[in-house]
Design a protein around this ligand. Structure first.
Ligand SMILES: NC(=O)c1ccc[n+]([C@@H]2O[C@H](COP(=O)([O-])OP(=O)(O)OC[C@H]3O[C@@H](n4cnc5c(N)ncnc54)[C@H](OP(=O)(O)O)[C@@H]3O)[C@@H](O)[C@H]2O)c1
Length: 232
């Protein structure tokens, strides 16, 4: 996993993933919506020279996804690991107040983007060394464990992401590309909140170990960061 791409890399789990990939000696294309505001990422880039490139990517922008392979080819030449990490959670949703815009944004960012980005980068992944794609999902996307109406846009979009991963895994396995979906735990980030139980660095380390050790027979699995298989 020497040539890596992370989306939503400017804060939270994405930033922790970039930090740990650099510690492991990788080259990283760190994608975020607003590079000018990504101060911590900038500092990482300054400290790590040409091993980090920061790239502007709003994952909800199809034109930006279409342009992504060119930037990736320039900075990495091939892709060993793609982490579809960027995500959005609309808080406060209750039955009666769900907005169409919340559903549309959640699906665009959480479900459509990982599928479209993986599709766009498949040729560069095919050139990679044991190429793999990690889609960061949530246990909240488990239909089997669904018990309340809260954050319904998020839950629906992560369930859709899980289906996308299953389809991508089947399509890409014959090309040697391993795709799986993993829940990072309840992580102390802006999304997870201060009550969360896991530090971003610990979740990132566990996720990277998980995807690094995954075998082709794990393609399409819905796992937790500790390796436990989750019910769909
Ligand atoms: N934290 C948890 O407990 C938890 C639990 C389960 C799953 N997850 C998943 O873990 C992943 C990372 O979440 P986090 O906890 O690190 O959340 P976070 O702190 O809220 O960070 C979300 C990241 O996604 C980026 N993002 C949102 N919309 C984007 C867009 N349209 N284009 C590009 N980037 C966009 C944000 O960028 P901006 O700064 O530009 O907004 C930010 O970098 C998400 O997929 C989330 O669903 C988190």
């Amino acid at each position: 996993m020497q040539r890596c791409i992370v989306t939503g890399a400017n804060r939270g789990l994405g930033l922790a993933l970039v930090t740990q990939l650099l510690e492991r000696g990788a080259r990283v294309l760190a994608c975020c919506r607003d590079p000018a505001g990504a101060k911590v990422l900038d500092a990482l880039a300054a400290a790590n020279g040409d091993r980090v490139a920061v790239h502007a990517l709003d994952v909800a922008d199809p034109a930006a996804i279409e342009a992504l392979p060119k930037a990736v080819a320039k900075h990495l030449q091939r892709v060993d690991l793609l982490v579809n990490n960027a995500g959005v959670l609309v808080s406060g949703e209750r039955f009666g107040n769900v907005q169409a815009e919340s559903l549309a944004e959640s699906f665009a960012v959480n479900a459509s983007a990982p599928l479209l980005i993986t599709q766009a980068l498949a040729p560069l992944l095919a050139l990679g060394n044991k190429p793999r794609v990690l889609c960061v999902t949530s246990q909240i996307g488990s239909i089997a464990q669904s018990a309340s109406f809260r954050t319904v846009s998020y839950a629906m979009s992560k369930a859709a992401l899980n289906m996308a991963v299953k389809r991508l895994a089947t399509e890409l396995a014959p090309r040697g590309i391993l795709v799986l979906t993993a829940h990072p735990g309840w992580v102390k980030t802006e999304m997870g909140g201060t009550g969360a139980t896991i530090a971003p660095a610990d979740s990132a380390r566990a996720l990277l170990n998980l995807i690094e050790r995954a075998q082709m027979q794990d393609a399409g699995k819905f796992l937790a960061y500790d390796g436990a298989e989750l019910p769909w």
